[in-house]
Design a protein around this ligand. Structure first.
Ligand code: ACM
Ligand code: ZN
Length: 528
């Protein structure tokens, strides 16, 4: 009762319309309800001033809300919805003012305006066009808010990749990490090395069932790759949604598809085929040969032409050292360079590639294994084997992106009774656990300043359709987005309430998602 009286008096004092609510995910910095409401229809116009960037954002927004407002809103140099860049705000920040007469979005940049439009989109869908008068101030906590997709284990078309990017954008995420090379398939056209896609993009068959338990294969060739033209198209599509695409070119491990294409890249020099099962291969690039570095640098030359991203992800994870131990050229390299062991040979490889990329104006991100054998100060570490690698890196003064498998591996099962889920890789990662991620765990204030942000990872060994991708991604991506955007104002019960509204945006956009969380079934044991 006390709570009700308190709520009533707050509502009356502020003069807000009774019962009005603003439910936005990720949670804004402040929301102040005012009196009255605004009704958006297809006749409402969007004023973008003279900016081509704002015009494109207005068009993207108008398309997204069209099914709810009954048509595509027009935009021009006049309108009840005004979009303005206000450099006094931080780059990604925005304010959103709704009165019964008009709606004004001001962003620190066009990117900030875009985020204001995402909030407005959620409110419009939630209220079927009617939105309460409100003043919103908002800005993200972390600067890096990413989502990774693996098109190597299973391939995703350009349209599917664009839909993944749309989903990131509606959650105010700003990085798309595209994992383009793997043991099971090379997915990026490299003009200088046509065999990478002619041979390396196709595996002769694929394991059926669970790795470790199955030795049945489907006897069906499987492949796909992105042409450079398609990659440019995706990079542009993402940029219009203020998402930077970070390509990952894996080295020195996870390279079997490259070795199958050009066998001289491996220590043994022959007998490789694109991997047909999951797990880790002991066949890796041979860093004993100069020709391997020449190849990698030539590949990266084409990669940096395609991707304007400051960061290039070079992998670095899960690289078994057996082949290097028995390779005379690798052993010679260890001797010549005064390296202690094969771990130092791995860091020699990473450092050399990092130097090449730095000489070409780029920086590297690597999985946390790059810490083993010594890491340069300028490498950014992506912590995936839990948070410990990220914690160690931050303590050493390296930048870190937190994507621990304990919280961010969205290929893990999302219910405690996975018999009701499609086959998956294992694990148990319900929404609440994702939400509980604390990227600052075990770090003091100085160390915290090295944490750039967070990322959701979606590996696809056991995900063969894009419907299944979305089933794994949503709604858990919303929890990662809220850690990234709203770390300083996280509140799980409040999130649960606001998610009912975001769910309507998924429905309006026709995006499928898992319902376990909404039905409160993710954490209860169900009878089989
Ligand atoms: C990874 O999951 N191997 C980065
Ligand atoms: Zn070798």
């Amino acid at each position: 009762m006390k709570k009700v009286i308190l709520l009533l008096s707050v509502v009356l004092l502020s003069g807000a319309t009774f019962g009005a609510e603003v439910n936005i995910v990720p949670k804004p910095l402040s929301v102040t309800l005012r009196e009255g409401s605004f009704h958006v229809t297809s006749q409402t116009k969007i004023d973008f001033g003279k900016s081509a960037e704002l015009r494109r954002s207005a068009e993207i927004f108008a398309e997204a809300v069209a099914p709810v407002v009954g048509g595509v809103m027009k935009s021009g140099s006049q309108g009840a919805i005004s979009l303005t860049v206000d450099p006094s705000l931080e780059t990604e920040a925005y304010t959103l003012e709704v009165t019964p007469e008009r709606i004004a979005i001001r962003g620190g940049s066009a990117q900030g305006v875009f985020y204001g439009l995402q909030s407005l989109r959620q409110m419009i869908v939630d209220g079927q066009g009617t939105i309460p008068a409100v003043s919103i101030e908002d800005k993200p906590y972390f600067g890096y808010r990413g989502g990774m997709l693996d098109p190597c284990r299973h391939f995703w078309t350009v349209d599917e990749v664009k839909e993944y990017i749309d989903i990131l954008a509606m959650h105010k995420m700003n990085r798309f990490h595209w994992h383009l090379t793997e043991d099971q398939g090379w997915r990026i056209e490299i003009k200088r090395y046509p065999e990478l896609t002619r041979v390396g993009s196709i595996r002769k068959e694929t394991l059926v069932g669970q790795y470790m338990h199955s030795n049945e294969y489907d006897k069906t060739p499987y492949g796909g790759y992105y042409t450079q033209k398609e990659i440019r198209e995706v990079v542009k599509y993402a940029a219009e949604r203020f998402i930077t695409v970070i390509p990952e070119i894996e080295l020195p491990g996870h390279a079997v598809a490259a070795l199958a294409s050009y066998p001289w890249l491996g220590c043994r020099g022959e007998g490789y085929e694109v991997r047909t099962t999951w797990g880790i291969s002991s066949e890796v690039y041979c860093p004993g040969k100069e020709t391997t570095f020449e190849f990698l640098e030539n590949v990266l030359s084409e990669v940096i032409e395609l991707f304007p991203s400051k960061y290039i992800h070079i992998g670095g994870d899960e690289c078994p050292k057996e082949s290097w131990k028995s390779c005379p050229l690798c052993q010679q390299r260890i001797k010549d360079e005064g390296l202690k062991d094969e771990y130092e040979l791995q860091s020699y490889t990473i450092h050399r590639i990092e130097k090449w990329l730095r000489d070409h104006g780029r920086e590297i991100i690597g999985w946390d294994e790059i810490l083993e054998g010594g890491v340069s100060k300028t490498a950014t570490v992506m912590s995936w084997r839990g948070s410990s690698g990220g914690i160690a890196a931050a303590k050493a003064g390296n930048h870190v992106i937190m994507t621990p498998n304990t919280h961010c591996y969205l290929d893990y099962y999302q219910t405690s009774t996975p018999v009701y889920e499609p086959q998956g890789i294992g694990g148990f990662l319900p929404v609440s656990r994702v939400y509980a991620l604390d990227p600052y765990d075990h770090l003091n204030d100085t160390e915290r300043s090295y944490i750039l942000g967070v990322q959701a990872n979606l590996w696809t060994e056991y995900i063969a359709t894009f419907t299944h991708v979305k089933h794994m991604l949503l709604p858990r991506l919303a929890a990662v987005a809220e850690v990234g955007w709203s770390y300083d104002r996280k509140d799980f019960e409040d999130f649960r309430h606001r998610m009912k509204s975001l769910r309507k945006s998924y429905d309006a956009a026709g995006i499928n998602y898992a319902t376990y969380f909404f039905d409160n079934l993710d954490e209860v044991k169900q009878e089989k």
